[in-house]
Ligand binder design. Sequence first.
Ligand SMILES: [Zn+2]
Length: 357
Amino acid sequence: MPKSNTGSDAYDPQTIEEKWRRRWEDRHTNSVDIHAADRPYYNLMMFPYPSAEGLHVGNVFAFIGSDIHGRFRRLQGWDVFEPIGFDAFGIHSENYALKVNTHPARLIPANIARFTEQLKRIGLMLDWDHEVRTTDPAYYKWTQWIFLQLFKGGHAVKKQAPVNWCPECKTVLANEQVEDGYCERHPGVRVHQRFLAQWFFTITKYAKRLLDSLQTLDWSESTRLMQANWIGRSEGAELVFETPAGTPIPVYTTRPDTVFGATYLVLAPEHHLVDEVTASEQRDAVGRYRRSAIQQDIVSRKVGDREKTGVFAGTYVRNPATGESVPIWIADYVLMEYGTGAIMAVPAHDERDYEFA
Ligand SMILES: [Zn+2]
């Protein structure tokens, strides 16, 4: 006869897990004083967004992997601190609040209570004595403090920049949230481009140091490449071309030595000098081109293998090295966010310029 599973020796998760959860809580088993620890080990997993009624299976999948690592380290004798918190600001929480028509200030604490209950039931070795919530004024005053220090130090600046805009999310999207020109959350909705005043941290100043330090990290090649693309290029120079009317057009280039081969100048469609440099007979064509460029998201404009389009502005600038007149074009493969929004085109040296030419 098969052994019965209903006897008193059967495993009953409800009872057993409850017993151990209680014991961990009573003894603060997973609470660590990281400053006083002999062998401190910080095992951080990304905090969940409490933007739904409960955890999704992807959260659990990621947390368990991290928790296994933490437990392994603890068994090796480390004082493992496994922090937990809730990152409740931002678009995910806002959209969920709109969807269920409840104010975030009421909704978020209820969601956090549910998330907490679920996280505890999974049995992760999280330190609940040091829980943080990004929506807590005692927490975000430090976020604000950090911003103010950067601002005072001249590292936070406000300027106009093009952004990806989803009319359905009613907000700005990161490049990673745009898929083939559509919103990742609204597959039928085209992402547009908007020009908005935004805050920037001047990390470009530190690009070289950031790129150099990236080499010392024990990360996968694909992650390092992604980071390098975010940091961007660091070395370049600004050259000034001049219109016949004497208006200077600063141009950013990583190859100032190629200025002798510059055969035309290209402005981004959003460049503030486009109106000024457009000849009256080209005004209609340039206007049409700018309107169509603004309909596009920034990601598709960056895609390398896309066919290059552009329109002649009808005027010329002086090449500062040769003194020759070179035509001005408006083309959407030039982005305001990169350099000055104006480039000199050197078809012999740049693949993009060559294709366009
Ligand atoms: Zn959207």
